[in-house]
Design a binder for this molecule. Structure first.
Ligand code: PEP
Ligand code: MN
Length: 362
């Protein structure tokens, strides 16, 4: 293990292992909490048992958590299984209740990291406490907000800080619930070489099928651990049902992770090519999704023209489009020649589609 890796997860004392945090998205009932904790503890591979007690939900009316009553269940789970426990805190009152219940680590959710007022209130609330704090990335891809949260907790004297990468929200179609944008956590690792980086594939993926691949990618990038949601009957979960797995499946995923020599991993980080290629692939997918959307609008125009018996090619409109494309392209550093080629190809495809509509084939 090289110096970089040794420094990065030093407070976790992992000795080459990966930190595993698991548990349900939300604490729902005492039975569900205890059943999950027992099943997760059996393997000896889980370090922290997690559960949301207070749930920041995007929409009102969704299940907003049991509240402090569930802390009693968490405490029981800890006493019975020996697992350390962690909960999300979003207000100083949450911190107070969690500490009182003997919670071993706190985590800051993505919807809190975005808000410097809330983060400062939490930093003030933990000042002087010796407790580990995991900070999730903000929901939007703004690395400064993530760094700001780290700085606020550091200033409050917190020495055991962990970073949790849970992906970034994105308007548009993507195979992920929250796009990973790996270059952002990588930049955090470079900026804070002493802070462990944990991946949360559950909230990145939003569904079970991609969890294993995302977890492995994080391991390949030399992350220090994984946070994965587990529930005894995932489909019945009161929140995030699609992305949760049974404790059995959780263990299968953890067991399947292939650990690699950190030497190679560091090369991977230094060799930005891999990451940049990943970025290109994501951008290409976005480009095609946007082109698909554009084509749908062109088809609607085709139907409109057909109904009103208007010609497909409107010369004046076409000239305007080309000029606009050239101007916008120049602002993006794209050559005039390229912009013309691109819009001509897109326009040809639109015309082909509109012709099909005129022929009654679409
Ligand atoms: C969670 O961990 O259940 C959660 C709410 O996560 P996030 O803050 O990443 O959305
Ligand atoms: Mn969740």
């Amino acid at each position: 293990m090289n110096q970089h890796t040794k420094n990065r997860n030093s407070w976790l004392a992992l000795n080459g292992r990966k930190l595993i945090i698991s548990g349900p998205c939300s604490a729902e009932t005492e039975e569900q909490v205890l059943e999950t904790a027992r099943a997760l503890a059996q393997s000896g591979k889980v370090d922290y048992f997690r559960a949301g007690i207070w749930k920041p939900r995007t929409m009102p009316g969704s299940f907003e958590g049991i509240g402090k009553e569930a802390l009693i269940w968490m405490k029981k789970a800890k006493e019975e299984t020996g697992l350390k426990i962690t909960v999300e805190v979003a207000t100083p009152q949450h911190v107070y209740e969690a500490i009182k219940a003997g919670v071993d680590a706190l985590w800051i959710g993505a919807r809190t990291t975005v808000n410097p007022f809330a983060v400062q209130d939490l930093a003030d609330a933990v000042e002087g406490l010796d407790i580990p704090i995991f900070i999730k990335n903000p929901i939007n891809p703004d690395i400064k907000l993530w760094m700001g949260a780290v700085e606020r907790f550091k200033k409050a004297g917190i020495t055991r800080i962990g970073l949790v990468h849970r992906g970034f929200s994105f308007l548009g179609e993507t195979k992920y619930r929250n796009r990973p944008q790996w270059q952002i956590p990588i930049e955090m690792m470079v900026t804070y070489p002493d802070l462990p980086m944990i991946c949360d594939p559950s909230h990145i993926c939003g569904n079970r099928s991609l969890l294993q691949a995302v977890a492995q990618k994080a391991i390949d990038l030399n992350y220090d651990g994984i946070m994965l949601e587990a529930h005894p009957t995932p489909d019945d979960a009161w929140s995030d049902a699609k992305q949760q797995v049974t404790p059995t499946r959780l263990h299968e995923i953890v067991d399947s992770l292939v650990l690699r020599e950190s030497r190679q991993n560091d090369d991977l980080i230094q060799n930005n090519l891999e990451l940049l290629r990943g970025e290109i692939d994501e951008i290409d997918a976005d480009l095609l999704a946007i082109l698909g959307k554009r084509m749908n609008v062109a088809k609607r125009i085709g139907h409109f023209k057909k109904e009103r018996n208007i010609t497909i090619l409107q010369q004046k409109r076409w000239e305007e489009i080309v000029q606009r494309f050239i101007d916008l392209g120049m602002k993006q550093g794209l050559s005039r020649e390229f912009s013309i080629k691109l819009i001509t190809a897109i326009h040809d495809e639109s015309i082909n589609n509109q012709e099909k509509i005129f022929r009654g084939e679409d």
